[in-house]
Design a protein around this ligand. Structure first.
Ligand code: NAD
Length: 180
């Protein structure tokens, strides 16, 4: 079975990792949509689609290694990472997604709008669990980056490295108009 999961991954955090772990246990192949791909350099969406693709692909490689080691999966799973731009007409969004990614049988999500739109289109949606939603939340992590609080414990080490490589903290603080 091939499944679809979409997120903005601004940035990819440990909540995403735990959900992806759950999903990978259940599916043969997974398509991960990088949502709002056209957005970057804003407070809501500081990272480019390319930076987020790198975060997610690196996280997936490490996650699959870890799951194989723990015996949570018995073979490598095929994962596609696809950037998806928003379209400003929700009623057409599912068709837009279907036109951009390989076919899939089921969607995994906890985003109410995503769930609603896929269910209305007659596509099966499985709700995912929430993990430490207070800490593992893009908005909170971006706020911590701006305010100089401890954000690194909320994301995998490989994401810390990518954020540092692209000067992500300086970028978001400049956008927020704060001194580094
Ligand atoms: P996100 O990165 O915030 O979340 C992605 C997924 O991870 C969600 O299912 C969320 O519930 C889950 N998640 C987040 N934190 C978690 C935690 N701590 N524990 C467990 N799960 C957690 O991304 P998002 O904003 O939900 O992404 C949806 C994308 O779909 C956006 O880019 C949005 O613009 C796009 N979209 C576009 C249209 C349109 O263009 N008309 C319509 C619908 C959705």
């Amino acid at each position: 079975m091939r499944a679809f999961f979409i997120g903005r991954f601004q940035p990819c955090h440990l909540g995403h990792v735990e959900v992806l772990r759950d999903v990978l246990k259940e599916v043969d192949e997974l398509i991960i949509g990088i949502g709002s791909a056209q957005e970057s350099h804003t407070l809501e969406n500081p990272f480019t689609a390319g930076e987020r693709m790198l975060m997610v692909s690196t996280v997936i490689d490490e996650l699959i290694e870890d799951m194989l080691k723990r015996g949570e999966i018995d073979r490598r799973k095929k994962v596609y990472v696809v950037p998806l731009e928003d379209i400003y007409r929700n009623s057409l969004w599912v068709s837009h997604v279907l036109s951009m990614v390989p076919s899939f049988e089921v969607v995994y999500s906890n985003n109410p709008l995503v769930i609603r739109l896929f269910r209305e289109a007659g596509i099966e949606v499985r709700k995912t669990k929430l993990y430490k939603r207070v800490d593992y939340q893009g908005t909170e992590i971006r706020k911590k980056m701006i305010e100089g609080d401890e954000w690194k414990k909320c994301v995998p080490d490989c994401v810390v490295r990518i954020v540092e490589e692209v000067g992500g903290v300086e970028r978001i603080r400049e956008i927020a108009n704060r001194d580094v």
